[in-house]
Design a protein around this ligand. Sequence first.
Ligand SMILES: Cc1ncc(C[n+]2csc(CCOP(=O)(O)OP(=O)(O)O)c2C)c(N)n1
Length: 319
Amino acid sequence: MPDDIVALYRTMLLIRRFEERAAEMYTLGKIGGFCHLYNGQEAVATGAIAALRPDDYVLVYYRDHGHALARGSDPKAVMAELFGKATGLCRGKGGSMHLFDAPRGFLGGYAIVGEHLALAVGVGLAISYRGGDQVAACFFGDGAVNGGMFHEALNLAALWNLPVVFVCENNHFGMGTPIAVAMSRPEHLHEKAEAYGMAHDVVDGMDVLAVRDRVGDAVRRARKDRTPVLIEAKTYRFVGHSMRDPAHGVYRTREELEHEKSRDPIKTFPKLLKEKGLATDEGLAEIDQEVRRIVDDAVAFAEASPVLPPEAIVEDVYA
Ligand SMILES: Cc1ncc(C[n+]2csc(CCOP(=O)(O)OP(=O)(O)O)c2C)c(N)n1
């Protein structure tokens, strides 16, 4: 459906513009704490989440703004959460790394590398126990693959036939460490699923349609056969690891960065849309304006929102 395809572009652009403004607001001191941006990786969250049903579940690592927006969370509430305001998705108590939107099955961003894979297995187990046919999609970086929880989670998901789609966003770096320095056989990342007899696939994470199709296949299989899948999406982040890491750092060359930017989905996808006659320059400009307005409104909303009163610190505390 052409409309669906144009909507993918709109989502990717919304994420990019949102992140650009988040960076600006961070620099102005409006956003505190850690803040990890998603620039460059938009096609992964956009394509993969487009392949899910509204009643499926999504779990994400700390680079989570894009996934929340792709899942349909209100950009105003997401920005307000970054600002630590009472109108935020989590009343301003979570911040950038801990977005959570239960009505959308968005079961959180998590700060501890790889540990939320265990939660995704728990969600898969809960789905199976209740006899539902939902799927849990779990996003994480390549760095998580080197941790013990990745292997524990894949083992149990395979052993118990759980409907979990593991999506590894391979952006080639764990903070400033290139993947080849930290991982054995890094060019075969997705094949690590072989050890668990689990299906696996690799996809160009800069190609939103390919991500949607390949994750779509995995989701259909997980839903029908109750089998987990590991998908590796090869992507690249255009910005620093977090707002505290200079964009280029010392761990990659400017040339490498520029080369990767030539694959920028925000630039290549509109070209494809025009070639296929699905969009015009005017139509694309309108989308850009609409998206900029949404992000402006989100910033204005966050600015104008109140913070919680101090006594609210003891609310929502369970232990
Ligand atoms: C268990 C644990 N160890 C270390 C850290 C510090 N840390 C935060 S992000 C990160 C890099 C993870 O890289 P990757 O999984 O590839 O994701 P990316 O940031 O590249 O998207 C590290 C080591 C952490 N948060 N949790």
